[in-house]
Design a protein around this ligand. Structure first.
Ligand SMILES: *[C@@H]1O[C@H](CO)[C@@H](O)[C@H](O)[C@H]1NC(C)=O
Ligand SMILES: *[C@@H]1O[C@H](CO)[C@@H](O)[C@H](O)[C@H]1NC(C)=O
Ligand SMILES: *[C@@H]1O[C@H](CO)[C@@H](O)[C@H](O)[C@H]1NC(C)=O
Length: 324
């Protein structure tokens, strides 16, 4: 797995301040380093040499530090819109060769707190809790996918549409909110990755997830491994997440972490979930990520995926399809 692709980040204007500060620190340190010209002050040569060594060690320690974490979005801030640009990975570009109009003009990730309203989040959260509450995994991670009907039940999945109580949850109000969010996500992804909305299609899996600190029982409960969405799900080209509750308030752990750079020299970018926050990104190797283990409380989110392959498109007319 190559994490090297796209390591030359190009933060844009609205990249978080800490990125800029790191750069500034780097500049200041480089400047000090360069201003020391051995030989110009023969008397203090040894002193200067030690000084240079000390500075070099400090700089090396700083940059060789195995992990740097940058906060892309904190739970207690409002992020109207924030984009972080990445070079598209070669794998993604190669894979998308068949869909020229769907190739992002820029890859990366964005966070926005202004796409989904608090009323919409309330409706989604209420339904997700009730739906998963009808069954649920015996491990720490449960899902329900309205498109396929997959619902976690103990150590496997059952068809949620076979449960009358589940079908009753799909009220007009819920379906209205769900469809509205799907179309806002699609529009926003098209706009920010600079493609035409008509080439994007909602696809599977698109699901609600519930994560708690219960010990994992099957591989489906192990959400914390770092991965690339495109490798896990062939159909994915663009991934989006809508958080339904809030880090620190409703649960501890469970931050979403992007991992950039080579192994041993990684920069982590955390997105702290917050009710209504959208986190969207291109699904290739430019966005290796994982979710931190939830250590306390329960985390709810909605994963919405989009594909460029129209044969993999799904629609949102669940009620007409299943309630016969
Ligand atoms: C670590 O990664 C940064 C960019 O993220 C790069 O500038 C730096 O040269 C790398 N250091 C090493 C030792 O590879
Ligand atoms: C799991 O979370 C619950 C609260 O949600 C807490 O009471 C419990 O101590 C946690 N268990 C572990 C092992 O951290
Ligand atoms: C689109 O998906 C279908 C169904 O999985 C597959 O047969 C087809 O090869 C895909 N198209 C491309 C261009 O990959």
């Amino acid at each position: 797995m190559s994490r090297g692709a796209g390591k030359e980040n190009k933060p844009q204007e609205n990249t978080p301040r800490r990125v800029t500060r790191e750069k500034a620190t780097h500049k200041i340190r480089s400047h000090k380093f360069q201003s020391v010209t051995p030989g110009t002050q023969p008397k203090h040569h040894k002193l200067w040499t030690s000084f240079v060594v000390v500075i070099a060690v400090v700089v090396a320690m700083y940059f060789l530090k195995p992990e740097k974490t940058v906060n892309l979005a904190l739970h207690n801030e409002v992020v109207p819109f924030r984009f972080y640009k990445r070079h598209c990975s070669q794998q993604l570009l190669k894979e998308m060769h068949d869909y020229p109009n769907c190739i992002p003009k820029q890859c990366g990730r964005f966070v926005s707190d202004s796409l989904v309203s608090s009323e919409e989040v309330d409706i989604l959260l209420k339904t997700a809790k009730s739906a998963i509450g009808l069954a649920g995994s015996s491990g720490g991670a449960s899902i329900v996918d309205l498109h396929s009907g997959a619902l976690s039940h103990k150590d496997k999945f059952i068809n949620a549409y076979s449960i009358l109580e589940f079908r009753k949850l799909l009220t007009k109000e819920f379906l209205g909110a769900y469809k509205a969010i799907m179309s806002k996500l699609k529009e926003s992804i098209a706009k920010n990755f600079l493609i035409d909305e008509s080439v994007l299609h909602l696809t599977r899996p698109t699901f609600f997830s519930k994560i708690s600190n219960i010990t994992a029982k099957t591989v489906h409960d192990e959400y914390w491994h770092s991965h690339v969405d495109k490798e896990q799900y062939e159909s994915f080209h663009y991934t989006s997440l809508v958080y339904l509750n809030t880090y620190k308030k409703d649960f501890e752990g469970g931050r979403f972490i992007f991992i950039d750079g080579m192994e041993g020299n990684e920069t982590k970018f955390s997105v702290e979930p917050k009710a209504g926050r959208v986190n969207a990104f291109t699904s290739g190797h430019e966005n290796v990520h994982h979710i931190e283990r939830v250590v306390h409380g329960t985390r709810y989110a909605l994963t919405v995926s989009f594909t460029c392959n129209s044969t993999l498109a799904v629609d949102t007319n669940f009620a007409t399809r299943y309630n016969d």
